[in-house]
Ligand binder design. Structure first.
Ligand code: R1P
Ligand code: URA
Length: 320
């Protein structure tokens, strides 16, 4: 594979360096997951997929591409509307590769919804769904642990400001999740995205110095609505908030800024509770198999229900 352009590498076919997608392979409406097996489960809800086909394979009716860096893209239609499913693996770096590389090869506005798993710090039980209206980042303060650290008063974990999901996407997800799973299994609140599954999610590990015994108390004090901990949503919300309607002519910039449609990406997320951190319970395989397809349907329904925004305005800026 030979790439050109060190600033944003692409191969001779126009495929991006890590996700490996090119123009025409992705829909403007995307559901992103961590686990490729979850992507395949969700693909079974797409149009034209035979429900009796082997559960672990991708239907030949759908476009699919597995990249050399572990991203899996599946594109098809849901109730007639083009949608893509992209499995990205874990962590904020993978979310960054995914959002930037997909944005680069899709024209016009996009809606991206993450369907992930999480730990619950609240009363949400294993198998419940949390739909966060906003997310902040919990980062290990690496300097705190340095040999020569003079910052003895600094905190071992740094908490960022919150970034919001698109409110309409969030409200639609709550409604559609409730329709699939029942109101009492759907929660709406704040998510904390951590830079580790372990230390910055308050897991105790005697092999390392983590100074995280008080972390849950600190999170709830910082944001009393904190319901969940996982590893990607903050970056999705952050990149949607910083996405531009580009390229823009000067007059379009003014026009775009004057509307609510000044970002090219609308984002939302929902997570299945896999770990109940207060009771220490972990979800069973059977519960995952029951909840995943239902949650997937709710996300697809939301993706096609929410408008992409004023496409004519965004398209009008193309080629400028
Ligand atoms: C950790 O087990 C992984 O699970 C969660 C976390 O965010 C992290 O990626 O989400 P996914 O199930 O989407 O991967
Ligand atoms: N994913 C996470 O990041 N944390 C959990 O506790 C469970 C799933």
């Amino acid at each position: 594979m030979s790439m050109s352009n060190a600033n944003f590498p692409m191969d001779s076919e126009g495929r991006t360096y890590h996700v490996g997608v090119k123009r025409g392979e992705l829909a403007n409406r995307i559901i992103t997951v961590g686990d490729p097996a979850r992507a395949i489960v969700l693909s079974r809800s797409l149009d034209g997929v035979d429900p009796s086909a082997p559960a672990k394979s991708i239907s030949a009716n759908l476009f699919s591409h597995a990249s050399h860096r572990g991203f899996l893209t599946i594109t098809g239609r849901y109730k007639g509307t083009p949608v893509s499913i992209v499995a990205i693996g874990m962590g904020v770096s993978m979310m960054d590769f995914f959002v930037r590389e997909c944005r680069a090869v899709v024209d016009g506005p996009m809606t991206i919804i993450r369907l992930g798993s999480c730990g619950s710090l609240s009363d949400a039980k294993v198998g419940d769904i949390c739909v966060p209206s906003s997310s902040y980042l919990v980062q290990r303060n690496y300097d705190y642990f340095a040999e020569d650290s003079s910052a003895s008063s600094a905190s071992p974990y740094i908490l960022s400001k919150k970034f919001d999901a698109d409110p309409e996407v969030t409200a639609t997800l709550v409604k559609n999740m409730s329709a699939q799973l029942g109101d009492n299994h759907v929660w709406n609140g704040i998510n904390a995205t951590a830079d580790s599954f372990y230390s910055s999610q308050g897991r105790q590990d005697e092999n390392f110095v983590d100074n995280n015994q008080e972390l849950f108390t600190e999170l709830v004090k910082y944001e009393p609505g904190t319901l969940t901990l996982e590893m990607e949503t903050f970056l999705l919300y952050h990149l949607a908030r910083t996405s531009t309607v580009a390229p823009l002519k000067e007059e379009s910039k003014v026009k775009a800024a004057a509307t609510s449609n000044k970002h090219s990406i609308r984002a939302g997320a929902c997570m299945m509770v896999f770990a109940q951190r207060k009771s220490n319970e972990f979800i069973s395989k059977e519960d995952v198999a029951r909840v995943e397809p239902l949650a997937g349907k709710a996300v697809f329904d939301s993706l096609v229900e929410v408008s992409l925004g004023d496409e004519s305005e965004l398209h009008a800026t193309e080629g400028s």
